[in-house]
Design a protein around this ligand. Structure first.
Ligand SMILES: Cc1ncc(COP(=O)(O)O)c(C=O)c1O
Length: 299
């Protein structure tokens, strides 16, 4: 894709789109009469993988069209979205500012060191202030400090992100009944669900504990993007493994076994929890025999 800001070198980034769809041969699915396909969005680009690219695509375009030179966004110290925004800035010629939750810790962890190496300016907000990240007063304060910027919300989820994620279902060239994705802010599910052909449903897996607000968020994002709540979707809340960025030995064993069987190492904060959930639901008989499931590998 090309985003020409008119002031900086035009970036040309090679993206693997549409991303591949591959069927997984797994006896745990076959014995329930189920078929499982992986939508390998993780292969779109090494630095802009999966839903990161889909969410940023129209935001980058909007930023360029509105004449912005700088992107500012929010995230935790291990945020994949912060990393991807930093990389996108470098590739597409924007300065980037990352507003990070919590105190600064030196040396920087690997994620923040990567973001800084892409040229991202890092600044920090204590946890109380960070909760106000959508507050116009706080944003105005950031504008006073840093000048004009194009604002991308935490996790990259806004109406344009939903629009980008809504492009995914049309890329799936096999018949399917259910599409699954992991949920953090709900933007990916909002987009996928809005673009489903009739008769299909979308199933999200919350990666955080107490994520019940996600139903409202998906609803809100769909309204923001398309003016209505659309598509047949629901969220599973039983596979968070203790909460966001928490893991258990059971989840670790599942990931190791999945790598051994299929040669695919699942990203553990989101994707592995979804995949574990799909296999657990299959085992419980939650999918009718003959169901064809697509699991989106979002990173
Ligand atoms: C790999 C991966 N999968 C899924 C998600 C969740 O996506 P969303 O925040 O749109 O619900 C994220 C977070 O953005 C992620 O990094």
């Amino acid at each position: 894709m090309h985003v020409n800001t008119g002031r900086v070198p035009v970036a040309s980034v090679r993206l693997l789109l549409p991303s591949p769809v591959v069927e997984l041969a797994d006896d745990r699915m076959a014995r329930h009469g189920l078929r499982l396909f992986l939508k390998r969005d993780d292969l779109i680009h090494p630095e802009l993988p999966g839903n990161k690219w889909r969410k940023l695509k129209y935001n980058l375009q909007a930023a360029a069209e509105q004449g912005h030179r700088t992107l500012l966004t929010f995230g935790g110290a291990y945020s994949n979205h912060i990393r991807a925004t930093a990389a996108a800035g470098r590739h597409f010629g924007f300065s980037t500012i990352g507003v990070i939750r919590g105190e600064e810790h030196r040396p920087l962890n690997e994620s923040l060191a990567y973001a800084a190496a892409q040229g991202m300016l890092l600044t920090y907000l204590d946890r109380t202030a960070y909760r106000r990240k959508a507050d116009p007063e706080l944003i105005a304060g950031l504008r006073e400090r840093f000048g004009e910027f194009y604002l991308i919300p935490e996790g990259g989820s806004n109406a344009l992100a939903v629009r980008g994620c809504a492009e995914l279902p049309a890329e799936i060239d096999v018949p399917f009944d259910v599409i699954c994705c992991a949920c953090g802010t709900g933007g990916t599910l909002a987009g996928l669900a809005a673009a489903l052909p009739p008769g299909r449903r979308a199933l999200g897996f919350a990666a955080l504990k107490g994520g019940r607000f996600l139903d409202e968020e998906v609803d809100r994002l769909q309204h923001e993007a398309h003016g209505e709540n659309s598509g047949d979707w629901s969220i599973e809340y039983g596979f968070h493994f203790g909460g966001f960025a928490r893991r258990t030995s059971d989840l670790d064993a599942f990931i190791a076994d999945f790598t051994a069987r299929h040669g695919v190492t699942l990203e553990w904060v989101y994707v592995a929890k979804m995949m574990y959930g799909i296999f657990a639901l299959a085992e419980r008989g939650a999918f009718a025999e003959g169901t064809r499931i697509v699991a989106v590998i979002t990173g």
